[in-house]
Design a protein around this ligand. Structure first.
Ligand code: HEM
Length: 316
């Protein structure tokens, strides 16, 4: 008799693409609302206003295609979800609160990021509501218990995604912009100091929601060291420790010394290390959630699951 493979490798690849797309979409809005805030319009220096406006445009231009990929994965999964519910895609969108609102929120996020990419500031609040809301639609179906994973994703995405946009669209551009030569140290400090409270809050939420979801999945607890799911979780947590270690370095050591161009270069370098480790955390996570979750001894073996729709994890 042929045994079922433990993992179908297309699944973690698809999950990984979904994670990256979601993190970049959330990162764009995190950059706008935490790192830049209102400085694109209120800064006294015209050079600085022009720099921030350019940085926001770049952030939106990264977030827009990422959001399009995320929405594409969601809509591509709908026919399968509809088939499972013996329904049609149209009926799912118009007749179920969760899918209907996810659809509206994706459209809102895409329109918002499109406007922001065209330098229309009104796009950003729409993008914020759409990008965050689309992930949390499970709660609309009254499924509070199913909010933990999406909350984990939103917190992780806002933290790591914003760091990515900050490094690429913020610090990277700042350190190349000749008009900003005299202001580089201070502007880098402003953006990093704006990002820091978001990173701290999201870091704490990631740990709280991560521990909650781990506790509900590790059933019994010994499956942490006796099952492939547990091994993948241990590998993930080892990588998570590196991300937190580098994050703590950036927060406690690199950030307080900001103010000069050299310090801006230094924090960009160490942030790249943090991002590399976070990319590996996502690889481990994509494998983790593609593995069968542990079941208590004697629990019935679940029927083989249909190929998972990426949308399922978005709207879960
Ligand atoms: C850098 C930090 C972290 C990042 C970027 C991250 C990212 C993610 C993402 C994107 C998911 C997928 C959620 C979903 O399917 O909707 C996930 C799942 C998970 N995370 Fe994390 N996470 C981090 C830290 C942690 C921590 C500290 C824990 C604590 C134990 C944890 C435990 C878990 C578990 C158990 C799952 C799997 C849930 C399942 O099987 O459905 N994560 N993580």
């Amino acid at each position: 008799m042929q045994t079922e493979p433990l993992i179908t490798w297309s699944e973690p690849v698809r999950e990984y693409v979904g994670f990256v797309a979601q993190f970049l979409g959330l990162g764009a809005v995190g950059f706008r609302f935490a790192a830049v805030r209102s400085r694109a319009t209120t800064s006294h220096s015209p050079d600085e206003r022009a720099f921030y406006a350019g940085a926001l445009r770049r952030a939106a231009l990264i977030g827009l295609p990422a959001m399009a990929v995320q929405a594409g994965l969601f809509f591509a999964g709908l026919p399968q979800t509809a088939a499972r519910a013996h329904s049609t895609v149209g009926a799912l969108i118009t007749g179920t609160l969760q899918t209907g609102s996810a659809t509206v929120l994706f459209v809102l996020a895409l329109v918002g990021l499109g406007l922001a990419a065209a330098s229309i500031p009104a796009g950003w609040p729409l993008a914020l509501v759409g990008a965050v809301g689309a992930t949390l639609t499970g709660v609309l179906a009254g499924q509070w218990a199913r909010l933990v994973n999406p909350a984990h994703r939103v917190a992780a995405g806002l933290w790591i995604g914003t760091l990515f946009i900050l490094v690429v669209a913020g610090l990277g551009a700042l350190l190349q912009d000749e008009r900003m030569r005299a202001h580089r140290g201070r502007v880098a400090a402003d953006m990093v100091n704006g990002f820091s409270p978001l990173a701290l809050t999201c870091g704490m939420l990631v740990v709280a929601s991560g521990l909650t979801t781990a506790w509900t999945h590790l059933n019994p607890l010994s499956s942490l060291w006796t099952t492939p799911y547990g091994y993948a979780l241990i590998a993930k947590l080892a990588l998570v420790a590196v991300v937190f270690g580098l994050g703590a370095w950036n927060w406690r050591r690199a950030r307080p010394s900001l103010g000069s161009e050299d310090a801006a270069h230094a924090i960009r370098r160490s942030s790249r290390g943090e991002l590399t480790a976070a990319a590996l955390v996502l690889v481990a996570t994509a494998i983790l959630i593609s593995l069968p979750a542990p079941r208590p001894a004697g629990a019935p073996t679940p029927a083989p699951a249909p190929a998972p729709a990426p949308a399922a994890s978005v709207a879960q």
